[in-house]
Structures are given as C-alpha cells and as structure tokens.
Design a protein around this ligand. Structure first.
Ligand SMILES: Cc1ncc(COP(=O)(O)O)c(C=O)c1O
Length: 412
C-alpha cells in the first residue's frame, strides 16, 4: 500500500535536542545527577517592563494584520537600522511565531538549493527537507573559527555550478560552536559575485560578547534576509516571537511568505506583539551588558577548565555554546561518545553529527546554561567584574559538570 505520509516528511526524525532531554529525564528518574549541557535555553528573566507590557495588553483579543502589528514592524525596522546600518522598511518585515517559523516559511517558498557551513543549527537541514530543497554542506575548521573562508565558499560554488538558485545560511554567533564570523565582508563579496541569497540567522547576534552586532547585511544589503526575535537576548523563547526582514528587491518573496503565513498561523498572538514593541523600543542595553557578561564569565570558566591536550576547544565568543573536540579513537561516533559521557559522568551534550559533521569527528555541543540566571543576574552590581567565585556560587552545576567532564577526559 502507498504510505499515507509524504516521503520527505517521514524521513524527518525527532529533534536531537529533545532526544537527549528524554534520555536525561530517564536517568534523573533513576536518581542520577544530570548536568544539562545539552539544551540551549536562556536562563535569564524577561526584562520586567516587557512582562508588564504583556500583562497590560492581555485583554487584547482581536487578530492583528497577517504581517504583524505595524508599530512592532516599525520598531524592528529602526532596531535593524541601528544595529546593521541597513534600512529594512516596516513593509519588508514579517512577524512570525519564533524565527524558526520564519526560516521554515522561507524554505517552503524558495525554489532552489541550500548552502550551509558544518557546523550549523540542527533545524536547517530538516526544514530544507520539508521545503524539498537540497542541502550542500561546507566543512569548516577550528583554525578558521568554524566558518568557511571566502575561498572555500567560492570553491564549493564552482562545484555546485552557476545555474542554480542558492541560499547561503549563516548564523553568527553560531549554534553549536559559539563562534563569531569575522570574515563577513569577504563572504559577502563571493555571495555578490554568485548572486546568492543570504539568510542571516541573527537570533544570537545581540549576545556577541565583544558587544559588536555584526551582520552580513551591511556588506550585501541587496540580497540578505535577516531572521531574529526575542528568544535568546530577551530570554523569551516560550513567547514565540520572531521576525523575518526581507531585502528590498524581494517583494515577490514577501507576498508568498504572507500568503503562507495567512494559511498556516494567521498572525502571531496579539499581546505578545504589543510586548515586543516595548522590547525593541525600550533601552535594554544594561540588561544585555549584564547577560553577556555573565554568559561570558561562565563560558570562560568552562573553556579554561576543559581545554587540555585531550580536549580542543575555542574560547567563548557569543550565544551560550562551546564545541569541544575530544582527542580519542576509541568511539565509533560522536553520538556514542555523548552516550558514554552521559552514562559515566551525568553530563548531557549533543553530538557533532547533529550539526552536519561526520559522525567520526569527536565533536560535541556543550551549552553552559544549566544555572539560575535570575539569581546570578540579581547578584551582579558591576558587569565588568564577575569573578570566578561568583561563577562557582551561582553556576554550581556548570562548575561541577565541567569538573566531571574534564576528569573523565583525562583518562582518554
Ligand atoms: C541558531 C538558531 N536559530 C534559530 C533558533 C530558533 O529560535 P526561535 O524560533 O525561538 O526564534 C534557534 C533556537 O534554538 C537557534 O539556535
């Protein structure tokens, strides 16, 4: 009998992040102490005034326009202008239930193929599969900070050939490596030469520890799409508020995105859109400074205590991830490595194979958010001086898990 599930959908498997969570919960039920380094969620509170605004508008029940609240689109437009120097007008912004949905809509609308570096976020490939778009991976290296060089990009494009429509997906700071792309200008030159569309996933860009908001749109405004939202910098993942900014010459794209939005989620929930106006319009620089300083201090602690001749890892640069590589030939795959580490130390991480690497590379993604961000945040009066003592006091699970992991790695 013919399957009732479409082939491209039946191939999808449950998200790796969820699988590691389930395994961790199982072990917790058996009484084992688990260090949750597998799940990437902001540990911080949403700024009070943003929450107050949500409460104030909770009674608003009418549907908003498909494209989103005009005032919110206006504020995001201004925000992007300030951060990137590029003018995405409010008519070029679509409000979506999380930036994940923004990217999914793009995959469904787009007629062509996808190009993305390994490592890249777990959802790009499955989303491309849903949109029936082929994916081309570009392996990167630790020496090049886990991003492709312009030459590597051009070489890949020569192999793919010139005749195809292509979207290059870039994510900086990056999930899973935590690295920031420092060669955006060079990559933009190649993108321009080959007329690529670029999808710049900027969900973590406000969490760049050097405080610079770097976007490839600055060098390639004509064909850069930007996705972003409140999930990471504002600690509001569960609110599901994202956006897609579409470049000026892509009206056809925007019309189709809007049609798809109207036939699927209709419009994002009304109170959250009003609260997001406050988030994008208010001054939250101090909040961001503190959040970044805490993440940087915790990430630096993990990095300093983990790196060794057995564990290669780059210093933290942004978001809340590190991507250690374990020097070992004992394990068949990074997924086996993660399972053994979870069973022997209680540290839960995700395997590099979930992010586009060959399973043979002993890479893992380590998320250092297993701490009470609200308490840590309250304790910081001066974001410039977060001591190791504070990390030990307010992020004890991260400290203990790091010790377990680094001791485990000594015996490799
Ligand atoms: C790289 C990356 N992009 C996009 C998202 C999606 O975020 P949201 O849909 O919550 O906006 C995530 C969430 O984990 C992510 O890590």
């Amino acid at each position: 009998m013919v399957s009732k599930v479409k082939k491209n959908i039946s191939k999808l498997k449950a998200s790796a992040t969820l699988a590691i969570n389930e395994k961790s919960e199982e072990l917790i039920k058996k009484g084992k102490k688990i260090y949750k380094f597998g799940f990437g969620q902001s540990p911080f509170h949403i700024p009070d005034k943003v929450v107050e605004t949500l409460k104030k508008y909770a009674h608003k029940k009418e549907y908003l326009p498909i494209q989103g609240l005009p005032d919110l689109r206006e504020k995001i437009s201004k925000y992007l202008l300030k951060k990137t120097g590029v003018n995405y007008s409010k008519d070029n912004i679509l409000i979506t239930p999380g930036s994940k949905e923004a990217m999914l809509l793009m995959h469904v609308v787009f007629n062509g193929e996808i190009l993305t570096p390994a490592p890249s976020w777990v959802s790009y490939e499955p989303q491309a599969q849903i949109g029936l778009n082929k994916v081309h991976w570009m392996e990167t290296s630790q020496e090049n900070n886990w991003f492709p060089t312009a030459k590597e990009l051009e070489n890949k494009l020569k192999i793919i050939g010139k005749k195809k429509n292509l979207i290059l997906i870039l994510n900086s700071p990056n999930n899973p490596s935590g690295a920031i792309c420092n060669n955006l200008k060079d990559l933009a030159k190649v993108a321009k030469k080959y007329k690529l569309l670029v999808l710049s996933d900027e969900i973590y860009t406000d969490l760049s520890f050097d405080g610079n908001y770097k976007s490839i749109s600055k060098f390639y405004p004509e064909f850069t799409f930007i996705s972003g939202g409140l999930s990471k910098w504002c600690g509001a993942g569960g609110w599901r508020l994202g956006f897609l900014a579409v470049p000026n010459g892509s009206k056809e794209f925007m019309n189709s995105l809007k049609s798809l939005a109207s036939e699927s989620y209709s419009t994002v929930n009304t109170p959250t859109q009003f609260a997001a106006v406050e988030a994008y319009n208010g001054d939250y620089e101090n909040y961001k400074l503190k959040v970044r300083a805490i993440l940087n201090a915790v990430g630096t602690y993990v990095y300093s205590n983990l790196k060794s001749n057995k564990v290669l890892v780059n210093p933290p640069q942004g978001a809340f991830y590190l991507m250690p590589e374990f020097k070992n030939k004992k394990f068949k795959s990074s997924s086996q490595l993660c399972n053994v580490i979870l069973n022997e130390t209680g540290v839960a991480m995700l395997p590099g194979s979930d992010f586009g690497f060959s399973p043979k590379r002993m890479l893992t993604r380590l998320s250092y958010t297993d701490f009470d961000g609200i308490e840590f945040f309250k304790s910081v009066s001066n974001y410039k001086s977060i001591s190791e003592e504070m990390v030990k006091r307010y992020a004890p699970n991260v400290v203990e898990g790091t010790t377990k992991l680094s001791n485990w790695a000594k015996n490799l």
